[in-house]
Write a protein that binds this ligand. Sequence first.
Ligand code: GDP
Ligand code: IMO
Ligand code: MG
Length: 428
Amino acid sequence: MPGLAVVGAQWGDEGKGKIVDYLAAQADVVVRYAGGNNAGHTVVVGGETVKLHLIPSGILYPDVTCVIGNGAVIDPEVLVQELDTLQARGFRTAKLFISDRAHLLMPYHRDQDRLEEEARGAHRLGTTGRGVGPAYADKVAREGIRCSDLMDEAWLRQRLEAVVPRKSMLLQKLYGHPGVTVDEMMDYCLRFAPRLVPLLVDSGALVQDALAQGRRVLFEGAQGTLLDIDHGTYPYVTASSPSAAGVYSGVGVGPGAVTNVLGVTKAYTTRVGQGPFPTELTDATGDWLRERGGEYGTTTGRPRRCGWLDAVQLRYAVRVNGITQLALTKLDVLTGLDKICIAVAYELDGRRIDHWPALLSELSKVRPVYETLPGWSEPIGEVRSWEELPPAARGFIRRIEELAQVPVVCVSVGPDRDHTLVNGVISW
Ligand code: GDP
Ligand code: IMO
Ligand code: MG
């Protein structure tokens, strides 16, 4: 039963899309288990760039079955637009399925996200503004609309009647929103039902059957461990469970379904939005990493905050996800630096600590204890084997393995599918 989960080990944008696309060549099924179109996964094949927000990064392979699990939230407008764009570019999308239990992201969720962020003022979270937080909040409040509700018009109307009038009142009274009616939302849902309903499946049953037949299933993470609602830098997190445990509830399978967990980490660190970031560089080196690494958001275009790799944070991600192996991305971006730093511990009020604090006021004031390693000057974008990497780059990778206590089995040296090196085997 080979099931491999690919999870972000940092604050998102680690290059999960690229790694999933690379590995999907060996997969039968690729499943997104969390998040919505707050995600932006960039895949480059033969110089052609595809940006995906909701649809799994396995979609570029015509024979791979792609599934969006119940743990994701679906903005139907974004889904339909993404499907149409892929089809217009000649990609086959006939093997895409969506969980009948996934929640719909409604137009009022987008308004709510924007209005709540405005109201938070200085306390804003820096969300992507896509409505993802409010959609998950309604799911947990038992006020969500699920994809399966689209299958029965009378039932759908009952659900909207239960939910929309109070939502409308809330938005009007709190934020001066013009309001929204049951009829408007009914029309909206019925507009998308013909495109969505034919794709609906029980994602757990589909994946379990595939695993039972010995097929290879890849679980594609969105966001990253430090954005996890439970394990991230709360409240500066997303509203779902992007870490590996999210696979089980977000697809509908048991713990045996995941045989290995591949953590994806950049060779440095980035973060979009607000919240603590111990190794952030607000100096020229931070700007250099942003420009060299093209660190501007795939979804919102916002400049990403940049800093050194943080082994305290990485060890935490290894533990939270049960990461068994690492993929290290964007190693090419570090070419040209005289020296490269890795945080190996923190200093908190004069004490050395090596754990990741829960209390945000502590996390905001820790000072990284850095270890400095030699850099390299050779461009490595065309390197295709471990042995060809400059000795200093190999030394950097070895040190990451020692600090994280897991092997680095894959290194990415450029955005394209071909810019990928594998050391030994990637275990499924
Ligand atoms: P994701 O959200 O984890 O899938 O990551 P994003 O796609 O949002 O951000 C990663 C960015 O880095 C994308 O623009 C990728 O094309 C690019 N990228 C991925 N791996 C590499 C790499 O090894 N080197 C370089 N230079 N770019 C990369
Ligand atoms: P991928 O899958 C990076 C961040 C937002 C914000 C916080 C909450 O591309 O790695 P939300 O809109 O989810 O309520 O915003 O989470 N965030 C991401 N940052 N990559 C992502 O996805 C993200 N998805 C959400 O910037 O700080
Ligand atoms: Mg991204």
